[in-house]
Write a protein that binds this ligand. Structure first.
Ligand SMILES: *Cc1c(COP(=O)(O)O)cnc(C)c1O
Length: 462
């Protein structure tokens, strides 16, 4: 399997996509073709464990870049850290509606599914090249903990994770500061998340520094982060196919950067019988406006109770656009430039719009609806859900015509205690592991929002 950049560079192999993250021309890597599973192969998935399914689905995309025994080991180790034997169990919510629980990993959010895989893959790939790398990232909450869990104790990687001082939840902060990894450096920046992001951007554009420390990122544009997310779409289908005989499934996906929803699209391209991918957004609705009104224009980010979806420019959307434009890198480049200049993407044509609408549906969920969904789920079903999951579920409930539907539960409600209390007046008890974590000693440094200071801190610590 080979990969090309959405802006024309390539072809390259899987290994290069891991080391590069973003392609050198600023585009995103996509596979040159989508390997299709046959009907028999699909049927056989029902007999496979999550790990074996991950192996089967991902292997063709990885090719010679990782030997098969190494890959199997990485997968087994990654998903042994999940606290449910099914890894991403599918539970029935009501007739023709299921929740897929993606939050059984070490940091209770679906990003673990990807990061537990990406961490060891990056470590292995660097090892093969005899290289070391410095991961530099900014987080507002969920990505940082998942990345740290996936990368702690990697021998050839140091991790510097910037987060806004006093602006994450206590659990999110503790998940970063108590990892115990000698290679992990959480940095509490005296500023906002935007300050953190700006500093990271500046560091990456300092090419001499970037080269000196071999800086790399683990944000959601990395192909090796998307790939493992494809697996659970196949998994859900394999576990409930007997209950939906003859019907195609819809997946409702609480969406921010469009990584998760795009993974569903990939699964569909690889042969999974999907009726529709329902893109569920909170008030930050750029994707909903695109699918409904052909309007992809940037508006101000508004803070919501589902902060991991508070995003206006959905970075993975470029991958879908590439397919919409018939994989024409020149058209893509031109239109992305327009988008950059005008904060507005030129409209796609009617045919193209029809085509994406035959795959994607979208729905926007307000703050009030989110809270209502959380409380309704608790009172009528006795199922406690987090605000991100609530956005997906509310969208699914608003589109009964798309059933049967699996709605993605992307975070554990424990992670968002204040929204939970507001919606249900409930406070969940920590389990033993979390209790222990909250009492552990924290390691982090507080730094001013100055790129020079943070650059020097990184140089002093690698
Ligand atoms: C990151 C995240 C999302 C959004 O996923 P994307 O792949 O960015 O669309 C949804 N819910 C939770 C809990 C998340 O952490």
């Amino acid at each position: 399997m080979h990969y090309i950049s959405t802006r024309g560079f390539g072809p390259v192999n899987f290994e290069t996509t891991v080391l590069d993250g973003l392609a050198p021309d600023g585009g995103l890597y996509v596979p040159t073709s989508y390997p299709k599973l046959s009907r028999e192969e699909l049927d056989e998935l029902s007999f496979l464990s999550y790990e074996d399914m991950a192996d089967k689905i991902m292997s063709p995309f990885i090719g010679d870049s990782i030997p098969s025994d190494v890959l199997s080991n990485i997968i087994k180790t990654a998903y042994s850290k999940f606290n449910d034997i099914e890894v991403t169990p599918v539970v029935q919510y009501e007739e023709n509606l299921w929740l897929m629980e993606l939050f059984h990993g070490p940091t209770f959010a679906f990003k673990d599914v990807a990061m537990q895989f990406l961490g060891p893959v990056l470590e292995y790939t660097l090892g093969q090249k005899g290289q070391t790398a410095t991961v530099i990232g900014a987080t507002s909450g969920d990505t940082g903990p998942a990345a740290i869990e996936g990368l702690k104790n990697s021998e050839n990687i140091n991790v510097f994770m910037l987060y806004p001082h006093n602006r994450t939840s206590a659990i999110q902060r503790m998940q970063m500061t108590t990892s115990g990894g000698q290679n992990i450096f959480p940095i509490a920046v005296e500023g906002t998340f935007d300050d953190c992001q700006d500093i990271v951007k500046e560091l990456f554009s300092d090419l001499a520094f970037k080269e000196q420390v071999n800086a790399t990122s683990v944000n959601s544009i990395s192909w090796a982060r998307l790939l493992p997310q494809m697996v659970y779409y196949f998994f859900a289908w394999s576990r409930i196919r007997d209950m939906i005989t003859g019907k195609d499934l819809t997946f409702s996906v609480p969406t921010g950067n469009f990584g998760d929803a795009f993974a569903g699209y990939l699964a569909m391209q690889c042969g999974l019988p999907i009726q529709s991918i329902l893109v569920a957004t909170n008030s930050n609705d750029i994707l909903d406006r695109f699918f409904k009104d052909n309007d992809y224009s940037v508006q101000k980010v508004v803070p919501t109770r589902s902060p991991s979806m508070d995003i206006q420019v959905a970075s993975n959307f470029e991958r879908l656009l590439f397919d919409i434009y018939g994989r024409d890198a020149d058209v893509l480049k031109h239109n992305m430039q327009e988008f950059k200049n005008n904060k507005n993407l030129p409209q796609v044509n009617a045919l193209q719009l029809d085509e994406v609408r035959s795959i994607f549906t979208s729905h926007k969920v307000s703050e009030v609806e989110t809270l209502k969904m959380m409380s309704e789920s608790d009172f009528t079903h006795n199922i406690v859900i987090d605000p991100h999951t609530a956005v997906g579920l509310a969208a699914a409930k608003a589109h009964p015509e798309l059933k049967p539907c699996v709605s993605l539960a992307t975070a554990h409600p424990l992670k968002f205690p204040s929204a939970l209390k507001e919606a249900t007046a409930k406070e969940l008890l920590f389990d033993d592991d979390l209790d222990k974590m909250m009492k552990s000693e924290e390691k982090f440094d507080i730094l001013p929002p100055e790129t020079d200071t943070i650059r020097q801190y990184i140089l002093d610590n690698i």
